[in-house]
Ligand binder design. Structure first.
Ligand SMILES: CC(C)(COP(=O)(O)OP(=O)(O)OC[C@H]1O[C@@H](n2cnc3c(N)ncnc32)[C@H](O)[C@@H]1OP(=O)(O)O)[C@@H](O)C(=O)NCCC(=O)NCCS
Length: 153
Protein backbone atom coordinates (compact mmCIF):
# COMPACT_ATOMS: atom_id res chain seq x y z
CA UNK A 1 0.00 0.00 0.00
CA UNK A 2 1.39 3.34 -1.09
CA UNK A 3 0.14 6.74 0.05
CA UNK A 4 0.92 9.41 -2.53
CA UNK A 5 -0.23 12.76 -3.85
CA UNK A 6 -3.30 12.38 -6.07
CA UNK A 7 -3.00 13.17 -9.75
CA UNK A 8 -5.79 14.21 -12.11
CA UNK A 9 -5.89 10.66 -13.50
CA UNK A 10 -6.99 9.44 -10.03
CA UNK A 11 -10.11 11.62 -9.93
CA UNK A 12 -12.59 9.04 -11.26
CA UNK A 13 -11.52 6.22 -8.91
CA UNK A 14 -11.08 8.58 -5.97
CA UNK A 15 -14.60 9.88 -6.49
CA UNK A 16 -15.98 6.33 -6.56
CA UNK A 17 -14.17 5.52 -3.28
CA UNK A 18 -15.63 8.65 -1.64
CA UNK A 19 -19.14 7.81 -2.79
CA UNK A 20 -18.98 4.15 -1.75
CA UNK A 21 -17.34 4.92 1.60
CA UNK A 22 -20.10 7.40 2.43
CA UNK A 23 -22.99 5.27 1.14
CA UNK A 24 -21.80 1.88 2.40
CA UNK A 25 -19.80 2.65 5.56
CA UNK A 26 -21.45 5.75 7.01
CA UNK A 27 -24.92 4.30 7.67
CA UNK A 28 -24.67 5.43 11.32
CA UNK A 29 -24.68 8.97 9.90
CA UNK A 30 -27.12 8.93 6.96
CA UNK A 31 -29.33 6.09 8.28
CA UNK A 32 -30.17 5.27 4.65
CA UNK A 33 -32.14 8.51 4.34
CA UNK A 34 -32.09 9.12 0.58
CA UNK A 35 -32.44 12.91 0.92
CA UNK A 36 -29.49 13.12 3.34
CA UNK A 37 -27.36 10.87 1.14
CA UNK A 38 -28.20 12.90 -1.95
CA UNK A 39 -27.08 16.13 -0.21
CA UNK A 40 -23.88 14.49 1.09
CA UNK A 41 -22.97 12.96 -2.28
CA UNK A 42 -23.90 15.99 -4.40
CA UNK A 43 -20.41 17.50 -4.29
CA UNK A 44 -18.65 14.12 -4.77
CA UNK A 45 -18.31 14.27 -8.55
CA UNK A 46 -15.22 13.53 -10.67
CA UNK A 47 -15.19 17.21 -11.74
CA UNK A 48 -15.10 18.43 -8.13
CA UNK A 49 -12.44 15.88 -7.17
CA UNK A 50 -10.33 17.14 -10.10
CA UNK A 51 -10.87 20.69 -8.83
CA UNK A 52 -9.79 19.74 -5.27
CA UNK A 53 -6.67 18.03 -6.66
CA UNK A 54 -5.75 21.18 -8.62
CA UNK A 55 -6.55 23.58 -5.75
CA UNK A 56 -3.30 25.05 -4.39
CA UNK A 57 -4.93 25.47 -0.97
CA UNK A 58 -5.52 21.74 -0.70
CA UNK A 59 -3.42 18.55 -0.67
CA UNK A 60 -5.26 15.44 -1.86
CA UNK A 61 -3.65 12.06 -1.13
CA UNK A 62 -4.64 8.59 -2.29
CA UNK A 63 -3.75 5.20 -0.83
CA UNK A 64 -2.99 2.89 -3.72
CA UNK A 65 -3.34 -0.87 -3.35
CA UNK A 66 -2.62 -3.25 -6.25
CA UNK A 67 -2.87 -0.33 -8.69
CA UNK A 68 -6.29 0.82 -7.43
CA UNK A 69 -7.34 3.68 -5.17
CA UNK A 70 -8.20 2.23 -1.74
CA UNK A 71 -8.63 5.49 0.18
CA UNK A 72 -8.73 9.25 -0.32
CA UNK A 73 -7.64 11.99 2.07
CA UNK A 74 -7.32 15.75 1.89
CA UNK A 75 -5.97 18.52 4.08
CA UNK A 76 -6.17 22.28 3.54
CA UNK A 77 -3.15 24.54 3.97
CA UNK A 78 -4.85 25.92 7.11
CA UNK A 79 -4.48 22.47 8.76
CA UNK A 80 -8.07 21.25 8.41
CA UNK A 81 -8.49 17.63 7.29
CA UNK A 82 -11.47 17.64 4.92
CA UNK A 83 -11.50 14.05 3.59
CA UNK A 84 -10.44 10.64 4.99
CA UNK A 85 -12.44 7.90 3.27
CA UNK A 86 -11.53 4.24 2.80
CA UNK A 87 -13.21 1.89 0.32
CA UNK A 88 -15.46 -0.75 1.93
CA UNK A 89 -13.28 -3.70 0.87
CA UNK A 90 -10.23 -2.15 2.56
CA UNK A 91 -11.90 -1.31 5.87
CA UNK A 92 -10.03 -2.11 9.12
CA UNK A 93 -6.72 -2.85 7.39
CA UNK A 94 -4.89 0.14 8.85
CA UNK A 95 -5.39 2.31 5.76
CA UNK A 96 -7.30 5.23 7.34
CA UNK A 97 -4.79 5.24 10.20
CA UNK A 98 -1.91 5.47 7.69
CA UNK A 99 -3.81 8.11 5.67
CA UNK A 100 -4.44 10.17 8.82
CA UNK A 101 -0.72 10.04 9.71
CA UNK A 102 0.16 11.16 6.16
CA UNK A 103 -2.34 14.05 6.28
CA UNK A 104 -0.99 15.14 9.68
CA UNK A 105 2.55 15.04 8.26
CA UNK A 106 1.45 17.41 5.45
CA UNK A 107 -0.08 19.71 8.05
CA UNK A 108 3.07 19.62 10.17
CA UNK A 109 5.06 20.42 7.02
CA UNK A 110 2.92 23.58 6.62
CA UNK A 111 4.03 24.60 10.13
CA UNK A 112 0.82 23.70 11.97
CA UNK A 113 0.84 22.40 15.53
CA UNK A 114 -2.91 21.67 15.62
CA UNK A 115 -4.87 19.39 13.32
CA UNK A 116 -8.61 20.05 12.96
CA UNK A 117 -11.44 18.08 11.35
CA UNK A 118 -15.18 17.47 11.48
CA UNK A 119 -15.72 13.77 12.18
CA UNK A 120 -18.60 11.63 11.07
CA UNK A 121 -20.42 9.63 13.75
CA UNK A 122 -18.97 6.53 12.02
CA UNK A 123 -15.35 7.64 12.49
CA UNK A 124 -15.71 9.38 15.88
CA UNK A 125 -14.29 6.43 17.86
CA UNK A 126 -11.47 6.08 15.31
CA UNK A 127 -10.40 9.73 15.85
CA UNK A 128 -10.67 9.47 19.65
CA UNK A 129 -8.29 6.48 19.44
CA UNK A 130 -5.99 8.62 17.28
CA UNK A 131 -5.75 11.24 20.08
CA UNK A 132 -8.28 13.75 18.71
CA UNK A 133 -10.59 15.44 21.21
CA UNK A 134 -14.00 16.98 20.76
CA UNK A 135 -13.94 20.76 20.52
CA UNK A 136 -17.21 22.62 20.46
CA UNK A 137 -20.74 21.64 19.78
CA UNK A 138 -21.61 19.09 17.09
CA UNK A 139 -22.79 20.72 13.88
CA UNK A 140 -25.28 19.60 11.27
CA UNK A 141 -23.87 19.05 7.78
CA UNK A 142 -25.93 17.57 4.91
CA UNK A 143 -28.56 16.66 7.52
CA UNK A 144 -26.07 14.55 9.52
CA UNK A 145 -24.27 15.38 12.76
CA UNK A 146 -20.60 16.27 12.49
CA UNK A 147 -18.19 16.38 15.44
CA UNK A 148 -15.53 19.15 15.44
CA UNK A 149 -12.28 17.64 16.76
CA UNK A 150 -8.68 18.75 17.21
CA UNK A 151 -5.34 17.18 17.99
CA UNK A 152 -2.03 18.74 18.99
CA UNK A 153 0.52 17.54 16.44
C1 LIG B 1 -13.99 3.98 10.99
C2 LIG B 1 -12.98 4.10 9.87
C3 LIG B 1 -12.56 5.58 9.68
C4 LIG B 1 -11.71 3.32 10.31
O1 LIG B 1 -10.78 3.33 9.25
P1 LIG B 1 -10.20 1.95 8.66
O2 LIG B 1 -9.28 2.25 7.54
O3 LIG B 1 -11.33 1.06 8.34
O4 LIG B 1 -9.48 1.33 9.91
P2 LIG B 1 -7.99 1.37 10.44
O5 LIG B 1 -7.56 -0.04 10.39
O6 LIG B 1 -7.15 2.40 9.80
O7 LIG B 1 -8.23 1.85 11.93
C5 LIG B 1 -8.74 0.94 12.86
C6 LIG B 1 -9.17 1.74 14.04
O8 LIG B 1 -10.50 2.14 13.85
C7 LIG B 1 -11.15 2.10 15.11
N1 LIG B 1 -12.24 1.16 14.98
C8 LIG B 1 -12.22 -0.17 15.05
N2 LIG B 1 -13.46 -0.66 14.89
C9 LIG B 1 -14.27 0.38 14.69
C10 LIG B 1 -15.65 0.51 14.45
N3 LIG B 1 -16.46 -0.55 14.38
N4 LIG B 1 -16.15 1.75 14.26
C11 LIG B 1 -15.35 2.82 14.32
N5 LIG B 1 -14.01 2.75 14.56
C12 LIG B 1 -13.49 1.55 14.73
C13 LIG B 1 -10.16 1.65 16.15
O9 LIG B 1 -9.61 2.81 16.73
C14 LIG B 1 -9.15 0.94 15.30
O10 LIG B 1 -7.87 1.04 15.87
P3 LIG B 1 -7.21 -0.29 16.51
O11 LIG B 1 -7.16 -1.29 15.36
O12 LIG B 1 -5.88 0.18 16.97
O13 LIG B 1 -8.16 -0.71 17.58
C15 LIG B 1 -13.49 3.53 8.52
O14 LIG B 1 -13.69 2.13 8.63
C16 LIG B 1 -14.81 4.13 8.08
O15 LIG B 1 -15.89 3.68 8.42
N6 LIG B 1 -14.75 5.13 7.26
C17 LIG B 1 -15.96 5.75 6.71
C18 LIG B 1 -15.65 7.13 6.22
C19 LIG B 1 -15.55 8.12 7.34
O16 LIG B 1 -16.42 8.25 8.18
N7 LIG B 1 -14.44 8.87 7.31
C20 LIG B 1 -14.18 9.93 8.22
C21 LIG B 1 -14.58 11.21 7.61
S1 LIG B 1 -14.38 12.50 8.81
Amino acid sequence: MLIRQAGLADAGQACEVLRRSISELCAADHRHDEAVLARWLASKTPENVRRWIQDAGNTVLVAEHDGSVAAVGAVKTDGEITLNYVSPEHRFQGISKAMLAALEAVSRGCGHTISTLNSTRTAHRFYLAAAYTDTGTPIVMFGTTSYPMTKRL
